[in-house]
Design a protein around this ligand. Sequence first.
Ligand SMILES: Cc1ncc(COP(=O)(O)O)c(C=O)c1O
Length: 372
Amino acid sequence: MLKSFLLEDWLEAHTEPMPEFPLAGSTGPAWTLRNLLELDGGSSLERMLESDILYSRAAGATALRQAVAQMQDVPIEHVLIMTGAAEALSHIFAAAAEPGANVIVPTPCFPPYNVVPEALGLDVRAYRLRREDSYAVDLDEIRRLTDSRTKLILVNSPHNPTGSVIDDKTMEALHDFAAERGVQFVCDEVYHPIYHGMAMTSASRLASATVVGDLSKAFALSGLRIGWIVESDQRRRDLYLTAREYCTVSNSPITEFLGEIAVRHRRVILDRTRDVAKTHVKLLEQVLEEHAGVVGWVRPGGGMTALPWLISGANSRKFCEYAAARGLLLAPGDCFGVPDHFRVSFGVGRDWYAVAMQRLGALLSTWPASSA
Ligand SMILES: Cc1ncc(COP(=O)(O)O)c(C=O)c1O
């Protein structure tokens, strides 16, 4: 059975009315349909209006697959389009589910990483991203957790919720270790290529990595519900495709059409996300540094989320409720298994982010460190 999705429950409870400053999400600056179509010039709307509203292909429309394959620098056959990275991850975990098997995932993490495999009967082994290590992956811990029943090792870089980044050398070492042990190596890179320091390369370059990507995060087009798996292993691709044929059948040809436009125009779209995140992370840094007596944080190396913590060690839910009642929505850390932390987005709100940060500052000033 699947456990309640605390984060979705929290977001759902604060959707209507829409908070003044919604900083609990994890995507980038939104696009309207008009703005996306305009990227492609005048004829795309006409072409879309003429397209048949029928099933697409299970592996994805050829034009979209081709665009993703070109972006990832892999053969088109290696790309399977999914309904978001969420579907991709579900099929990956389902394919790993054998009696007595285990999977290795980070904690804290995007909640499905532990809830979905656990519901499938897998033994979930978590390696910890510790704030005192700047939320870095501890290779030795992963090595210690791996045994003959390990089916997959999953990493997420840039990481949600901490914003930590695995550098290319470490990613390669992790991949090589998994390959030597005959374990599937899965890299969820839905926030690639949004980096705030040194830029990293996609794990698609690694020979036996399974790479999960999407248009929801770095592309900020979560409403298209498009994700993908890059997989060089034919047997695994067959398994994922079969799972998709049973569960989803295909994506919509309309959203795939729009997705293909987005991938072709990725330079403009990704530059916009990077630009917004870069400006906002500085504003966030300023306010958190000003209130260093109440909150601690690790500056994110990538992505659009940060995971500060209350210095007092108290559960942050009360503070998040206090902030929500005053128009600023954060995500409580208990949604990620770290109750004294909270997640804050810096990918949204082009016009109002500075005002949101003033509000956050005011809330932190009026929140006594002793009760925090
Ligand atoms: C790390 C990570 N992976 C995957 C997903 C799923 O995204 P989607 O299904 O919108 O592609 C999310 C969404 O929050 C995420 O944060």
